[in-house]
Design a protein around this ligand. Sequence first.
Ligand code: HEM
Length: 582
Amino acid sequence: AYTWPSPQYDALEALLYEGRTPGGSSLTSLVHPCKRRVGTLSLVPAEWLRFAFHDMATHNADDGTGGLDGSIVYELDRPENHSLGLNATLGDFENLPNKYVSRSDVIALGAVFAVATCGGPVIPFRGGRIDSFSPGGTGTPEPQHDLETLTEMFRKQGFTQSEMIKLVSCGHTMGGVRSADFPDLVPPGSNPNIPVIQDFDTTPAFDNHVVTEYLDGSTQNVLVTTGNTTMASDLRVFESDGNETMRSISEPDAFQSECRDVLGRMLEVVPRGVALTEEIALLPAKVRYAQLAIEKEKLVFKTSLRVTQPIGAALNNDRVVTLFWCDKRGSNADCRQNSRSAVHVRRTNEDPNLSPVTFNLGTRFISYDFVVPISSSQSISKFWFEVDEKNGERATKINNDGLDYPIDQDEVFFVPMLSTVEVFSNGTDEKIYINRNQVEGEAFHRSYNLVVGVRQDTNPERVYVDGFDSSVLGFPYAVNVTVDLTLDDARTPIEGYKFYTAKLESSGLQLTIDVNADVGGTKYKQDFVQTAVLDNTPYVAPATVSTGSSKPSSAGVRESWSVIAATLSAALSVLYCMDLLP
Ligand code: HEM
């Protein structure tokens, strides 16, 4: 079961259910709702689903190599991958991966979004795929392959004949064949810059039309109807078992549930030895971040609580959400006398369309943000929340299932508002890669002046930052860099913290840093800190602090909020499946 902090789970959960990275890049906005690409008018979700299939297709079940590992980005010059859609997809994903969400996880999530946003099922998602930085084996099907070759290719990917038929149907329910890629199958139109796309079926939606139109003979799928039978791969595949499988998935419900299962399996084809995470479930009450910082000469603690709200239900504007915490130091450490508390400084009613998956579950999010002043002599050891609906009932405690939310160290942390970044285009020795071709002269890189706060009464042997970024244009490599920081005597200490600084150069788009201090044999670490927003605009001043009456939880006390919300979201998804909700 989930316990905070779980940074990998949190990052995967955020991209799946909020559709955005912690740095703010949105996966959703590129694809939802069932979007067409500006210019070519191609169906973005179709391109993403095909991208995932082509990445997976190089799996070899016999030796355990290949699978969904992101190697597709180094295979785009192969004939089977010559495609405008695949190249465009590569660009879509370039600024999304990070330390905890690999490029191959993004590719799999892209497929989950693609299906969900066009009316398809919600495919269960696990993360933890590991990226390859070189091309993989072969095995991607092409229309001219004969049935024996195709069947063998799918066997190597780990699928039976019947599963092959389902996979092709579930894939070819969206999008189509382009004149630019297959001029012999689809004649080009009058404007050479806009390829003609011959859709596989009559609807852009993820639905059973691809099957029913094939079975009733009305199909417009050129991979079935082409007079050039060598290229009629869908016909060969679909009729390979006398249409038995096609008939079994011709009803809407059967189509949706079989596609959910077989596409779910496709997304979990990974090289042997890669262990995927547990299934990423929506967290009904989630701490989105929690960090100490120095802002405008004040030591503050910042956190955000995200709760769920059924789409369409009225939000209770009377609700008061209170943050409680215990001191870490001094006479009141661990709430010996009392806790401290403050109410939220900002509420955000998140867009119901933040992620197509969450939207399909009938849920949206409300976030309550907190900024509270902290004295360094008292500091903070743990926190929790109370949600009071002001309806006469007892407030609900949100406390990490009885464990409270621990702040494991206050020795060292990043100070975004004192740090700066400069972006250089045309860097002197940097190189940019476009689809693996090195192009000189268009380089850009970012030069960070990092500022880190260290407790004044601590004397670390070493203060250093590990920077990581796999969002590098064209994905030629991942930035993986360590820099040591030095004490900056010129900066006056603030609220019990002195400052260490260093420069860090990165050619990535989503740098995150781990901030470390080695102190007398103990390592202190602040993990996975974002650098996307340094100046914190708009600035939000800290709240007023009260002495709280709430007490931290003794272990074992489980609270009802998560149970209520989980039950609610399960009930909603049942309603949704029964077509009772929009
Ligand atoms: C026998 C195996 C397969 C063959 C020979 C095949 C072949 C093709 C071809 C020739 C196209 C047209 C591409 C273009 O013009 O750019 C296409 C499109 C597509 N394929 Fe497949 N495919 C196969 C299996 C699959 C599978 C298993 C999936 C996914 C589960 C899939 C998903 C798609 C999608 C979504 C498109 C539309 C792309 C777009 O509109 O941009 N295909 N396929």
